[in-house]
Design a protein around this ligand. Structure first.
Ligand code: PLP
Length: 856
C-alpha cells in the first residue's frame, strides 16, 4: 500500500545533545567536515542510508543511541564545541565588515535554482550550484545577502537507465518538513505571499527559510490548501511543464519573491535591500514589481524605473540563443494585462501594460525576451567569464544600436566555486595544518603550497583516486541492478577501474554544444587509448539530458552502449544520476578533467574549477573560464577549429586533436616515473594548479568581485537617486525624456581638422573642431568624442582611441567642441566625431543607447 501523504516527525533530543538540532538546521554543516563527523558517528551505517542528511539522521537514529552518546562526555564536548564554532561563525565580523568604502545595506539575490547541498535538491546543474556557492561565499565574507527562489516539490528529476541504456526520469517528492527549513511567520502564523493571476484568481505561497551559514534563503512554495489544484502545482518541478507553467513560476519567483523579501525584512527588523541581483533573466519580473512598489508610493513610472535600475544587477549566463528564456507576447499580456482589456495592468496596478511588454521587446515582435528585460531593468550587467562578457556584448549589441560591440555596457565577473564545499577533506586538513584556517575560510595562503613535498601531494592524489574508484564500483553495481542484472552476474564490477591508471572525468548536462560524444568520434582510437598495454586511460562519464530532449538521451545511450562492451567495461563507465553527491567524488579523484564544448558556447563552466581545486589537470577547449585561466602548466588546451563551418569536419578535427593530446602528451607524462615511482612532472603540474589556479577559481574571489564592482556601485547609485524623495531618480527620468525628444535633431554639422603637416609622423598633433546642433540639449548634457584609429579601405575604424572634446563656444544650434591630440598610430589613420548623452547619474554614456556620429 502506498501512503497518500508523508510527513516527518523530528526526534526529541536529550538535553545534553540539544545543540545537534541547531547544527542540523544551519546548512553550514554541508561545508563543515567536523560537524558532518558528529552526525556520522551517531550511526555510520545509517548515515549512508539517509544520504548524509543530518535532519533525517536525527529523525531515524534510535533514542537509545542518543541517550548513550548523551552520557559520553567527550562526544558531548565536541558537540558543544561545534555549536560554539557555528555561533562564532555567525556573529564574528568578516571581510565585508572590514570594508570602509562600500556601504551596502542589503542584497537580494534571485535565482530559479539553488544547489546548496544534495539534501535540498533544488537545482538542475551549473546555474543552481553556482547560486548555492554564491550564498556560501557571501556568508563566509559576511555580506548582508538574502537568497530568493522557489521550493520545488520534486526538484529536478533523478536519472536511471533502462536495460538498453535509455534515460529514465523519476520525480521523488520532498516533504518540506523533513528538510532543513523553517517557515517564515508573522505574529505566530505563516506568512502567505499573494500574487494576482488572470480572471481575478490569486496565487498564494508560503515562504520557507533555509539558513545557509549567515545567509537566509527564502523559498516560495505554492503547494498549500489555500490554492486551487492548478495553482498548487506551480512549484511542482524545476524546469517542468509548458510555457504557461513556466511564466507562472517566474512571476511567483520575481514578484512573489520581492514580496517575500519585504515580509522577511519586516519580520527580522532588517533594512530594505538596496541591491537586487537577477541571476539570469528568469528572475526579471522582480524589477517590474519594484516599479509597482514605487508607483504605489506616488512616483511616476519613469522615476520608478530610474530608481529600480540604479540598484539592479543582471547576470546573463548563456551565449546560446536557444538558452534564453522567451515567452510568446500574448502569454505575457494575458498575465500582466488589464482585467477587461484596460490599459493598466491588473497584476501590477499603476503600470501601463504596454510599458511592461516593452521591457521584454526584441527583434521578433511576437516574443517577450527575459534577458532583454533584465538588461533594461538593470543599470549594471555582466557575463560570467571574460570571453562570455565579450560574446554577450556582441549577442546583445542590438539593444545599443550605433555602438561597437566593445562598448556595450556588459562587463564580466568570472564564476567561482566554494572551496570548503568542493575541495576534499584531505586538502582542507592539509591546508589547515600548513597555512592555518585562513586558506579554508577566507581563501588566503595558497602560495604556501609551494613548500609541500611532491611525494605528499602524490599520495593524496592516489588516496582520492582510490576513493573515487570505490564509489564508481558502488554506483555501477546499483545501476546494473536497476537495469535488471542479477547480483550473480556482477562479479566483474569489482574489477572495474584500477587505482594505478590515469583517470579521466567527463560529467555535465547533455545539451548539444557540450558534445558528450566527441570522445566517441573515432571509437577505435578511444578503445586503443583505454586498452593501451603500457599507458592505459580509464574514463568516467556522467550527465543528465533534459527530459524533453530525445537527442540528448540518444547521445547518452551511445556512450552507455560503448561502455557496456565487455572488452572495455573495466575502463569506461557511465554513471547515472549526476548530482552533487556524485560530482564531488569525480572532482576529488579524477587526474584529468575533460571538457570539449563548441567554442564559445560554454559561458564559464565550473566543474573544471572544482577539479583544479583538488589538483586535477584540465584538458579542455579554450572556452569559458579556461580561455582566461589556462596558463600552459595547469593542464592542456585542445586546439579548436573555430573557423571551420562544416560541423562534422570541425568535430573530426577537434576529436583528433583530443586523441593526439592523450596519446602524445598526457598519458606519457602521467606514466613517466622516477626511481621512486613518482611522476615528477605530473605532480609539479598538480602543485602549480593548486598554488596558482585555485585562488583564482574561488567563489570568495567571485563574490568579492561582485561586491566591489557591482554591489558597491549599485548601492551607491541607488543611494544617490533615492535621497530627497528620489530627486535623483526624477532628474534621470526627466533627462531621459529630454534626450529621447531631442535626439532625432542632434547632428554633427561640420568637422574641421588643422595642425597636421603635409607628411605627418606618429605623435604629430591633430586639432579637431566640431560644430554640433544639440537639438536643445545643453553642452554639459552630452559627451562629444573624437575617435581616432586605423582605417580600412572601406573606412571602418579599428584599434580606435576615444578622446573627449571640450566645449569652447557657440550658440544654440551650433555649439563648438575642440580637441588637440597626438596621432596615435602610423599607416592609414582615420577619425570621426560623435555625440552621446551624458549625465552624472548614469553608469556610462552608452547606457541610454543613443549616439550620433558625424556623417551618419
Ligand atoms: C559544478 C557542477 C555542474 C556545472 O558544471 P559545468 O562545468 O558548468 O557543466 C553541474 N552539475 C554538478 C553536479 C556540478 O557539481
Amino acid at each position: 500500500m502506498k501512503a497518500l501523504r508523508r510527513f516527518t516527525v523530528r526526534a526529541h533530543l536529550p538535553e545534553r545533545l540539544a545543540a545537534l538540532g541547531e547544527l542540523s538546521t544551519n546548512l553550514r554543516w554541508s561545508w563543515h567536515g567536523p560537524t558532518q563527523d558528529l552526525f556520522a558517528e551517531l550511526d555510520p551505517g545509517l548515515w549512508q542510508t539517509v544520504g548524509h542528511d543530518p535532519v533525517r539522521m536525527l529523525g531515524e537514529v534510535p533514542a537509545a543511541r542518543l541517550d548513550e552518546l548523551a552520557a559520553d562526555d567527550a562526544y558531548v564536548a565536541r558537540v558543544e564545541a561545534a555549536a560554539a564554532g557555528l555561533r562564532d561563525y555567525l556573529t564574528r565580523p568578516r571581510w565585508f565588515q572590514e570594508q570602509t568604502g562600500t556601504a551596502v545595506a542589503g542584497i537580494a539575490y534571485f535565482s530559479m535554482e539553488f544547489g546548496v547541498t544534495e539534501v535540498l535538491p533544488n537545482y538542475s546543474g551549473g546555474l543552481g550550484i553556482l547560486a548555492g556557492d554564491h550564498l556560501k561565499a557571501a556568508s563566509d565574507l559576511g555580506l548582508p545577502l538574502i537568497g530568493v527562489g522557489l521550493l520545488y516539490r520534486s526538484g529536478y528529476f533523478r536519472q536511471s537507465l533502462s536495460a538498453d541504456g535509455w534515460q529514465r526520469e523519476h520525480y521523488p517528492s520532498l516533504d518540506p518538513q523533513g528538510l532543513p527549513l523553517r517557515l517564515l511567520t508573522s505574529e505566530g502564523s505563516p506568512v502567505l505571499v499573494h500574487v494576482g493571476m488572470p480572471e481575478g484568481r490569486v496565487l498564494r505561497a508560503r515562504v520557507w527559510i533555509a539558513q545557509v551559514g549567515r545567509v537566509p534563503l527564502l523559498l516560495l512554495d505554492s503547494d498549500i490548501a489555500e490554492n486551487d489544484p492548478e495553482l498548487r502545482a506551480v512549484t511542482d518541478r524545476l524546469y517542468g511543464g509548458d510555457q504557461d507553467h513556466r511564466i507562472k513560476q517566474e512571476i511567483l519567483a520575481g514578484i512573489g519573491g520581492v514580496r517575500a523579501v519585504r515580509a522577511y525584512t519586516r519580520a527580522e527588523g532588517l533594512p530594505d535591500p538596496d541591491v537586487f541581483h537577477m541571476n539570469e533573466g528568469h528572475a526579471g519580473f522582480l524589477g517590474v514589481e519594484r516599479i509597482r512598489e514605487y508607483v504605489a508610493q506616488g512616483l511616476d513610472v519613469d522615476t520608478a524605473l530610474a530608481a529600480v535600475r540604479a540598484g539592479t544587477v543582471f547576470t546573463t549566463h548563456t551565449p546560446v540563443p536557444a538558452g534564453i528564456d522567451r515567452f510568446p507576447m500574448p502569454l505575457v499580456r494575458r498575465y500582466f494585462g488589464g482585467a477587461h482589456g484596460e490599459s493598466e495592468s491588473a497584476l501590477l496596478p499603476g503600470l501601463p501594460v504596454e510599458r511592461i511588454l516593452a521591457f521584454g521587446r526584441e527583434a521578433d515582435p511576437a516574443v517577450f525576451n527575459m534577458a532583454h528585460m533584465g538588461l533594461r531593468l538593470a543599470q549594471r550587467a555582466n557575463g560570467v567569464s571574460r570571453l562570455h562578457g565579450e560574446v554577450s556584448r556582441e549577442m546583445f549589441a542590438g539593444l545599443w544600436p550605433g555602438f561597437d560591440a566593445a562598448e556595450v555596457p556588459i562587463g564580466s565577473v568570472t564564476n567561482g566555486v566554494h572551496a570548503p564545499t568542493w575541495a576534499a577533506r584531505e586538502w582542507l586538513d592539509k591546508a589547515r595544518e600548513l597555512v592555518g584556517p585562513e586558506l579554508v575560510e577566507e581563501a588566503r595562503g595558497w602560495e604556501k603550497l609551494s613548500d609541500v613535498d611532491l611525494g605528499q601531494l602524490w599520495s593524496t592524489r592516489n588516496v582520492l583516486r582510490t576513493t573515487l574508484i570505490e564509489e564508481v564500483r558502488r554506483r555501477l553495481r546499483v545501476s546494473w541492478r536497476q537495469r535488471g542484472a542479477a547480483e550473480a552476474e556482477l562479479g566483474w564490477v569489482d574489477e572495474v577501474f584500477d587505482p594505478g591508471v590515469l583517470t579521466v572525468g567527463f560529467a555535465r548536462r547533455v545539451p548539444t554544444y557540450k558534445r558528450l560524444t566527441l570522445m566517441l568520434r573515432d571509437p577505435e582510437r578511444l578503445r586503443a587509448l583505454l586498452l593501451d598495454p603500457e599507458r592505459p586511460v580509464q574514463l568516467v562519464v556522467a550527465g543528465k539530458s533534459h527530459p524533453a530532449d530525445d537527442g540528448g538521451k540518444a547521445l547518452i545511450q551511445q556512450v552507455v552502449r560503448f561502455a557496456d562492451d565487455p572488452a572495455v567495461r573495466h575502463r569506461i563507465v557511465f554513471l547515472p544520476d549526476y548530482d552533487m553527491s556524485m560530482a564531488r567524488y569525480l572532482y576529488w579523484g579524477c587526474d584529468v578533467w575533460l571538457n570539449n564544448p563548441l567554442r564559445p558556447l560554454e559561458a564559464c563552466g565550473t566543474s573544471g574549477m572544482k577539479s583544479a581545486l583538488n589538483g586535477g589537470l584540465n584538458l579542455s577547449i579554450k572556452d569559458g573560464w579556461w580561455d582566461e585561466m589556462f596558463d600552459g602548466e595547469n593542464g592542456w588546451a585542445i586546439p579548436t577549429a573555430d573557423g571551420v563551418r562544416d560541423e562534422h569536419r570541425r568535430d573530426d578535427l577537434e576529436a583528433s586533436a583530443l586523441y593526439d593530446l592523450f596519446e602524445r602528451t598526457v598519458a606519457p607524462r602521467f606514466y613517466d616515473r622516477d626511481a621512486a615511482g613518482l611522476p615528477v612532472r605530473w605532480v609539479e603540474m598538480v602543485r602549480h594548479t593548486l598554488q596558482t589556479t585555485s585562488p583564482k577559481v574561488l567563489a570568495s574571489r567571485m563574490v568579492r568581485d561582485y561586491a566591489e564592482q557591482y554591489y558597491g556601485p549599485a548601492a551607491a547609485a541607488f543611494g544617490t537617486v533615492s535621497v530627497q524623495d528620489y530627486a535623483g531618480a526624477r532628474a534621470v527620468a526627466e533627462y531621459r525624456r529630454r534626450v529621447e525628444a531631442a535626439w532625432p535633431s542632434v547632428k554633427i554639422v561640420q568637422v574641421d581638422s588643422a595642425g597636421l603637416p603635409d607628411t605627418p609622423v606618429i605623435g604629430a598633433e591633430l586639432a579637431l573642431t566640431a560644430r554640433i546642433d544639440l537639438g536643445g540639449l545643453r553642452p554639459d548634457e552630452v559627451a562629444v568624442q573624437a575617435i581616432l584609429g586605423r582605417v580600412s579601405p572601406d573606412d571602418d575604424l579599428s584599434d580606435a582611441e576615444t578622446v573627449p572634446m571640450a566645449h569652447v563656444e557657440g550658440e544654440p544650434g551650433a555649439e563648438v567642441f575642440e580637441v588637440r591630440t597626438p596621432v596615435p598610430l602610423s599607416g592609414a589613420v582615420g577619425y570621426t566625431v560623435r555625440v552621446l548623452p551624458h549625465h552624472p547619474l548614469l553608469a556610462s554614456d552608452a547606457e541610454l543607447g543613443f549616439v550620433a556620429v558625424a556623417g551618419a
